[in-house]
Write a protein of this length. Structure first.
Length: 531
């Protein structure tokens, strides 16, 4: 109850009621809001609404801050001013006591800290809303970092999520824009994301997969995971040394090729999406470092793999075709692809969607290519498609968020970055490779073993199906013969009855006792002959 009053106070002080439509509010609720504003608002708050929203979220603590960060990526739902302001949220959280971290590590790994590690640094390297990181050294001499889930955080998260659902339902009732914003779906999306981050085994598996994908790559390095020391609340991985990607001054001082670094960021994104269909979906500057041992060939270092995205083969192909159609301004192709992929309802008029997409894109393409934001173009596309009842595609939302991060980071590193020039050759090469004879042969080779393995089962199913079909046809023939026999008998009977009727007319004394019998027999016989 105390938490609810705190939230209400924050909402009132920052005049978040301005996001609501007063005309849709019941009179009693309008009175309550006025009273609350009068009680909590010391002075009129004339800051822009986006700033007031950010300040309110910051004052509610780390769980709401993380929710605001996630919300900032939903640019398909929010106005630009709100999403841009929420992107400024900083997740600076005070560390929890090292004794608590040691207790969690020891209970998770089943031994004393001195037995587990040759050295353990009590002072944390970093602290965030969900976890805290300590440096250590294994007995084999490897330097590592230990990530520990914040104690009691799951209970706090679940409590705040229940409150978020409550306010989302309230918003659905009082705001005319609520249906478009889909607050219940947004909260559900956040719930899945934040609860997944509480399982460090999941993050360890994601990091291990990414490391394997780029083990011999010049683009990305992922630290090694020490699986013997990983549990749901504890994760141990190799300690890395690099320059934070946001520290541009240090990168330049090291002689880093900034143009190559920016272009490699774009190449890294498209490689993950189109080669692997598995991508790091939380590539903000805090999770990215740069290996500058060879500044002429800089390489990214990625950490914090709690959030990853995956694409189905169909989504991957449609996405590539969409992007290439954009490059060529083939808006009809874009519209048709949206319908074919099932992203919008099948009864959508292609011409109407094409016109809407053209209206959004043409003003953007009038700018020089290097000034066009690829990520913003994708956002505008999703906003337009939403008006045609486009269903939320979680994998595309993560993709959009990641692309915005990559593009923003790339242009911060090298303002002249032309993402289009980097992306188009990659996509065109990928599309050609998909239909190349070698790729077709490789796909056939990859699936042939599965076909051979399943061949006996498939053959049995085919034989069983043919046997069943034969039995059904035989039964049908029998039924048709029976029907035919009955029909013949009915017609013979009809002929006999008609003959009797004719005889009654020719020989009037034939059926003296039943005067109308001739007419009745004629009618009955005619009916039987007709059937």
């Amino acid at each position: 109850m105390t938490r609810i009053f705190k939230i209400i106070g924050v909402v009132a002080r920052n005049r978040l009621d301005s996001f609501l439509d007063p005309e849709r509010l019941p009179f009693s609720l309008r009175v309550i809001i006025r009273l609350l504003v009068g009680c909590f608002a010391v002075a009129p708050n004339r800051a822009p609404r986006s700033v007031r929203l950010r300040i309110a979220i910051e004052s509610l603590g780390p769980i709401f801050i993380k929710f605001g960060q996630m919300l900032s990526t939903r640019r398909d739902l929010l106005p630009d001013d709100v999403s841009e302001e929420l992107a400024n949220l900083q997740d600076n959280v005070s560390p929890f006591p090292p004794d608590q971290a040691i207790e969690i590590i020891e209970s998770s790994l089943g031994n004393k800290i001195d037995v587990l590690f040759d050295r353990f640094d009590r002072e944390p390297l970093a602290s965030a809303s969900v976890a805290q990181v300590h440096s250590a050294r294994l007995h084999c001499g490897d330097n590592v970092v230990i990530k520990v889930i914040r104690p009691g955080i799951e209970k706090v998260i679940r409590k705040d999520i229940r409150l978020m659902y409550f306010f989302a339902r309230l918003l659905m009732r009082v705001s005319k824009d609520a249906r478009r914003l889909r607050p219940l779906e947004v909260v559900a999306d956040y719930e899945r994301t934040i609860l997944d981050e509480l399982d460090l085994l999941r993050e360890s598996a994601n990091a291990s997969q990414l490391r394997r994908n780029f083990l011999v790559s010049h683009l990305l390095f992922i630290p090694q995971i020490y699986w013997d020391y990983c549990r749901p609340k504890v994760m141990v991985m190799e300690r890395i040394h690099g320059v934070p990607v946001s520290d541009i001054q240090t990168l330049k001082a090291c002689g880093t090729d900034m143009k190559k670094l920016a272009e490699r960021g774009v190449e890294l994104f498209f490689t993950q999406v189109f080669r692997d269909r598995f991508f790091h979906a939380d590539m903000h500057p805090g999770n990215i470092f740069v290996d500058v041992d060879n500044p002429a060939e800089p390489r990214y270092i990625g950490i914090d793999c709690g959030i990853v995205g995956t694409l189905e083969t169909e989504d991957q192909r449609y996405l590539a075709c969409n992007l290439l159609a954009f490059f060529r301004r083939d808006y009809r192709k874009v519209a048709q692809l949206h319908i074919d992929s099932g992203w919008v309802p099948s009864d959508t008029k292609v011409g109407q969607l094409e016109s809407a997409i053209r209206t959004v894109c043409e003003p953007i393409f009038e700018k020089p290519l290097k000034d066009i934001s690829f990520g913003q173009l994708l956002v505008r596309l999703f906003q337009t498609a939403r008006r045609f009842n486009m269903e939320i595609q979680p994998q595309l939302v993560l993709l959009e968020k990641t692309l915005l991060n990559v593009e923003g980071l790339g242009r911060e590193l090298y303002p002249e970055l032309n993402l289009w020039n980097t992306a188009q050759p990659f996509l065109e090469g990928w599309m050609k490779e998909q239909v190349s004879p070698s790729n077709v042969a490789r796909s056939f080779k990859e699936t042939s073993s599965e076909w051979l393995f399943n061949a006996p089962v498939l053959a049995h199913q085919i034989v069983s199906g043919l046997r069943l079909l034969t039995e059904q046809q035989s039964q049908l023939v029998k039924e048709q013969k029976n029907i035919h026999k009955k029909s013949i008998r009915t017609r013979i009977t009809g002929i006999v009855i008609v003959t009797l009727a004719v005889a009654s007319f020719i020989f009037p004394g034939f059926l003296n006792h039943i005067p109308e019998a001739g007419v009745l027999l004629a009618g009955l016989g005619a009916w039987m002959l007709a059937h």
